[in-house]
Design a protein around this ligand. Structure first.
Ligand code: 3PG
Length: 307
């Protein structure tokens, strides 16, 4: 009987675990659960005899893959898979998948939670500003970016986007203005929402120069990855521009320093929670379970991300 492990440092909502269990056990497979683990050794032990693993931002590296002798598939219940060593997975003959789009509305809603919080002065009681009429720049027009655009229109924002891989026609079909580069987006928009993945090309790419080109009253909201920020540049812009605000769902390494220095202009959630809703957990978790069943029973490799 194939064995599937849910290994989540940040657990799914119980209702999502129930849904995953129904899919896995309904397909005649066994489900094991490792939640809130604190040591890598616990993960290494839990993966020993499993055929499949469902993870979130949990790290799957060569050591984990070495320990998982029977492993055939890892599904990242979510979008970004920078936490999985894809080359090592391929070398171990392990298929890696993600579940694109399943948690994107949850992340997009949090963008606006953070933005309203930012423009209302972190709820300090003083007069803030509104989002209506402001230019919003969406950097990367994927599943989350599209949801952000949809919600932004409800706020009456003027929506712009840049995406190196999405055709301009697809962006404009949504009533969003496509610009030609990341630099053009930052120059045009007083609010920027980041949705780029963490890749070799994007790491450290959001730098001082880009942020400093933003109009007065600039707000950057990051629900993507901390790695895309040039942290020295972030520290520099916070210091140089008293009008600049940064709100994030991922703490940079310099979180404590920024939080102490700019309590009214810098905020990061204590734990990444963009995708942490019951709905997103159900959608992504059940999609992951179904993808595992499809792969093990029929060899279906849709959503495979490693070669
Ligand atoms: C994703 O890549 O899907 C999001 O960043 C959510 O990550 P999480 O599952 O760790 O909350």
């Amino acid at each position: 009987m194939a064995k599937v492990l849910i290994a989540t440092d940040k657990p799914f909502a119980p209702v999502a675990v129930d849904g995953i269990r129904q899919v896995i056990e309904g397909a005649g497979m066994e489900l094991a659960l490792l939640e809130k683990y604190t040591e890598k050794a616990q993960l290494l032990e839990a993966v020993k005899d499993v055929d499949a693993i469902i993870i979130r931002s949990d790290m799957i590296d060569a050591e984990v893959l070495d320990a998982a002798k029977q492993l055939k598939i890892v599904v990242r219940a979510g979008a970004g898979y920078d936490n999985v060593d894809l080359e090592a997975a391929t070398a171990h003959d392990v298929c890696v998948m993600n579940t694109p789009g399943q948690n994107s509305n949850a992340v997009a809603e949090l963008v606006f939670g953070l933005l309203v919080f930012a423009v209302r002065g972190f709820f300090n009681g003083a007069a803030g500003t509104e989002l209506k009429g402001k230019k919003l720049g969406i950097l990367a027009y994927g599943n989350v970016g599209r949801n952000v655009a949809r919600i932004a229109k409800g706020f009456g924002m003027d929506v712009y986007a840049y995406d190196a891989f999405t055709p301009v026609s697809a962006i404009e079909a949504d009533g969003v203005k496509a610009v030609a580069s990341t630099a053009d987006l930052f120059k045009a928009c007083e609010v920027i929402s980041l949705h780029i993945p963490a890749t070799a090309e994007t790491k450290g790419s959001i730098n001082y120069e880009l942020m400093n080109s933003m109009p007065k009253g600039a707000v950057v909201v990051n629900t993507a990855r901390k790695e895309v920020m040039d942290e020295a540049g972030l520290a520099e812009i916070m210091k140089a521009r008293p009008d600049f605000k940064y709100v994030s769902d991922i703490k940079p390494a310099i979180d404590a320093e920024l939080a102490a220095a700019y309590p009214d202009r810098y905020f990061a959630t204590p734990k990444k929670m963009g995708a942490q809703t019951a709905e997103a957990n159900i959608n992504a978790g059940i999609a992951a379970a179904e993808q595992i069943v499809g792969f093990i029973q029929n060899g279906n490799e849709k959503f495979r991300v490693n070669k």
